[in-house]
Design a binder for this molecule. Structure first.
Ligand code: GLN
Length: 495
């Protein structure tokens, strides 16, 4: 097996034993990117020089017995809405083209403190708004399983990079499903942590009460390792929680017999593709063979969650995006006669259609006379939904659902129909509204496309979710499958 196809935990072992050097690893991944990224389109920036020099430093430190951690020298990909000192951070928007942050996001600091290298920045839906990465102003990202399909979004570049073996792991952000949906479409593992577990400092804000950074990786163990790297208290994020971070990896092998998993009936309702539903129910059977008790539960408020999510997320976005005015960051329109026309022109030119749609929807929901009918109502749905979850978690250790209603859809299919695009998030937005953790992992394939299942748990139950996911993954024999783009000359549809 090529080194690029090895799990991250094995790369760490190979580095520690000296069987491979960080420099060799960097060269391998960079040449993989060279070979396939013209087709896959996962990256918007690749930091070749920085990665190579960082790798040499990691090798030197390791030889001197001074490596900052066993992960030192492993390259990872970072979604381009996280600030990276000295490297352009665009949010895949014209608005931020040319913005080079003078500082690192907390998660990037953490990755670097472990000695890991940021190999490049990945494509996303502009400002993380979307479910397919088609809203990027910079490039198209293709699904490595089928190049005519979307990789999911908004962290589509991060998911595609991992699925195409361009990086062993990646960071994404998840406001309503943006780590889990692309993980599901690309046949990998992705986790959205409990709100407050990972600092949002230096992550360009979309909807601050929902945003969380999470890892994407080829398997559950790697996901556990990456979560531990990025989790932890940061006083610069007022919602960051000061709690002990467990060694998630060390706890993976625990017996899951006797755990109770609920199947919320609302997530298996109309609109879920039969193939997806069947694969998730099959996974439930597999889990019960492992000694888990599976039972049907109900969360009646789920029906209203998607509508509530799009009102809350757009409202917060309309306020957060007010800062992009041509004065402080990125793009500034030319030829304006006064400051007001400069703001207007800058925003008209800098933002794409979906971002404008969200700003308008959000401003409308927050305006006098409509606030009670929209924003306030949505907030009420959010608290009722939280109570629904609290109730089922009195009995269940986790809930099992599909991650998305369908597998990856064709590029172009939903881009002109916002409602059908929003429907992609119907299974994931609930975790963000309730602040609870969720993980997506592969549970089958249909017509050559991966199907993802989602496990949800109560706040700070990441260790339990990872144990359940790991036990399932081991029993099911995933993820032994590799996206076809890794097998041939770089393209699965034209060989
Ligand atoms: N698709 C959802 C949206 O567009 C979620 C995006 C996200 O999680 N960043 O808002």
């Amino acid at each position: 097996m090529d080194v690029i196809d090895r799990p991250l935990y094995e790369l760490a072992r190979l580095l520690e034993s000296g069987e491979v050097s960080a420099e060799e690893l960097a060269v391998e991944f960079l040449s993989r990117i060279n070979k396939v990224d013209g087709i896959v389109g996962a990256f918007v920036t690749v930091d070749r020089e920085g990665t190579l020099s960082g790798a040499r430093m990691a090798d030197k430190a390791r030889r001197a017995g001074e490596a900052p951690s066993h992960l030192a020298g492993i390259p990872i990909a970072v979604k381009d809405n996280m600030c990276t000192r000295g490297i352009e951070t665009t949010c895949s928007s014209k608005m931020l083209r040319g913005f080079v942050p003078p500082y690192d996001a907390h998660v990037v600091e953490r990755v670097k403190a472990a000695g890991m290298l940021v190999i490049g920045k990945t494509n996303l839906d502009e400002f993380a708004m979307g479910s397919s990465t088609e809203n990027s102003a910079l490039r198209v990202t293709r699904n490595p399983w089928n190049l005519q399909r979307v990789p999911g979004g908004s962290s589509g570049g991060s998911a595609a990079a991992v699925a195409a073996s361009e990086a062993p792991a990646a960071l994404g952000s998840d406001t309503g499903g943006s780590v889990r949906v692309p993980a599901s479409y690309c046949g990998i593992v992705g986790m959205k942590p409990t709100y407050g577990l990972v600092s949002r400092y230096g992550v360009v804000a979309y909807a601050s009460s929902l945003d969380q950074v999470g890892p994407l990786a080829a398997n559950v163990r790697d996901c556990a390792i990456m979560l531990r790297v990025i989790a932890g208290h940061d006083p610069r994020d007022s919602m960051s929680i000061d709690a002990e971070i467990p060694d998630y990896e060390a706890q993976l092998g625990r017996d899951i017999a006797g755990k109770v998993i609920g199947l919320p009936k609302e997530y298996f309702a109309e609109g879920i593709e039969p193939g997806v539903r069947d694969a998730v129910l099959e996974a439930a059977k597999q889990l019960s063979k492992l000694g888990v008790e599976v039972e049907e539960v109900s969360l009646p408020t789920v029906e209203y969650a998607l509508a509530a999510y799009y009102i809350i997320a757009s409202s917060e976005a309309s306020s957060n995006l007010a800062r992009f005015d041509g004065v402080r960051y990125g793009h500034r329109a030319e030829g304006a006669v006064d400051s007001v026309s400069m703001f207007m022109k800058t925003r008209a030119e800098g933002f794409g259609p979906e971002v404008k749609r969200r700003i308008m929807m959000g401003t409308y929901s927050l305006s006098a006379g409509y606030y009670d009918a929209y924003y306030k109502k949505a907030s009420q749905v959010r608290s009722t939904l939280k109570s629904d979850f609290d109730r089922v978690f009195e009995r269940c250790d986790a809930l099992l659902t599909p991650t998305a209603p369908t597998t990856a859809f064709p590029i172009g299919e939903r881009i002109d129909d916002p409602m059908s695009m929003y429907m992609s998030d119907v299974c994931t937005v609930t975790a963000n509204l309730a602040g609870i953790p969720g993980i997506s992992l592969p549970c089958g394939w249909q017509d050559g496309l991966p199907i993802g299942m989602q496990l949800l748990g109560k706040r700070f139950s990441e260790a339990t979710l990872l144990q359940l996911a790991y036990a399932y993954e081991q029993a099911a024999g995933y993820p032994s499958r590799k996206a076809p783009v890794t097998k041939d000359r770089g393209c699965c549809s034209c060989h």
